[in-house]
Design a protein around this ligand. Structure first.
Ligand SMILES: C[S@@+](CC[C@H](N)C(=O)[O-])C[C@H]1O[C@@H](n2cnc3c(N)ncnc32)[C@H](O)[C@@H]1O
Length: 302
């Protein structure tokens, strides 16, 4: 997949670029010009008829994906999914409300589903059927990894999976948004790509870019899905940064889905990670060292 990327595609369809140059604002909490240039390069290389997105928000990225698909002459659909029905930063607005304005004539390609997680995608999409995924939902570990594991079986071999917010972990105000970076670090360098690997910096487009370079990264569905799942699932054993516990029913559904698509180790690693990092009782039972206060007393310190 990486070898098929043409740096010439690191740009935007001119009409989309002109429109986003006027409309783009930090307040949309959306992808920027360079992120979109990277996505356009992936679409040009993979020519996906079905693009899956997790994390719709205003639908700016969803609409841009649809316009780029049309620009490359690809007949197809963009399916986007979001946990919420309304925007988290403005509850008076529906998720995806920018799609008609940004997608224009391509809006008919877009199908939005709200109030769901990536678990819901399999109700709409058959195994191996999708040509690309863009993941930009919860950035708390392990959500980006779970979204990936849930989508990979629905993607064709070699289909690109692009993740947003690789650099979020560097934000001092966000101690939990480390999910994309943790996933990136699980991948061997030969199994991932960022723009600078291709000698690319900020995209030469009118749509603004934030200062963070390499804020999106590419990985892809490998032929050996079981092996890919096993390798990725080891990241589930590393500290989770969820601010809200997962509902028991959701835990059971995720484990069941992982069990259906991957070797047993993958669901087991999910359950071990959940017990290690979400279940306070299990953590207390696992304590092997004496509490710090007792240790200090034995060492004769206050
Ligand atoms: C950063 S915004 C997406 C921005 C959008 N991709 C764009 O560039 O225009 C993240 C979205 O993910 C949604 N979200 C958060 N956790 C989620 C989850 N576990 N599954 C699906 N969506 C989730 C939020 O409701 C929010 O709308």
């Amino acid at each position: 997949m990486k070898d098929s990327l043409d740096p010439g595609g690191y740009t935007l369809p001119p009409t989309l670029d002109a429109q986003l140059a006027a409309l783009w604002s930090e307040d949309h909490f959306a992808v920027d010009g360079s992120d979109l240039g990277f996505l356009n390069m992936c679409i040009a290389a993979a020519r996906p008829a079905l693009i899956l997105e997790i994390g719709t928000a205003t639908g700016l990225s969803t609409a841009a994906l649809a316009v780029m698909q049309g620009h490359h002459g690809i007949a197809g659909t963009v399916r986007s999914y979001d946990l919420r029905d309304v925007l988290w930063f403005d509850e008076t607005r529906a998720v995806g409300d920018l799609v008609p304005e940004v997608a224009g004539a391509e809006a008919g390609r877009v199908q939005l589903t709200s109030g769901v997680t990536a678990l819901a995608v399999a109700q709409d999409v058959a195994r191996d059927a999708a040509g690309m995924a863009f993941i930009d939902a919860s950035h708390q570990h392990p959500w980006p990894l779970l979204d990936t594991l849930l989508l990979l079986p629905l993607l064709a071999p070699r289909a690109p999976v692009v993740h947003h917010d690789l650099q979020l972990y560097r934000n001092a105000d966000n101690p939990v948004g480390v999910g994309p970076k943790l996933l990136f670090d699980q991948l061997a360098p030969a199994q991932r790509a960022v723009a600078s690997d291709l000698g690319l910096g900020v995209a030469d487009v009118r749509t603004p870019s934030r200062s963070a370079a390499d804020n999106v990264f590419l990985m892809w569905r490998r032929e050996a899905l079981g092996r890919q799942g096993r390798e990725l699932s080891r990241g589930l054993l590393l500290p989770w940064t969820l601010t809200d516990p997962l509902e028991p029913a959701l835990v059971a559904q995720i484990a069941e889905r992982l069990r259906a698509h991957y070797p047993g180790e993958v669901a087991r690693n999910f359950e071990i990670g959940h017990a290690r990092f979400c279940d306070a009782q299990a953590r207390a039972a696992a304590r092997v060292a004496p509490p710090l206060r007792g240790l200090r007393a034995r060492l004769g310190r206050a």
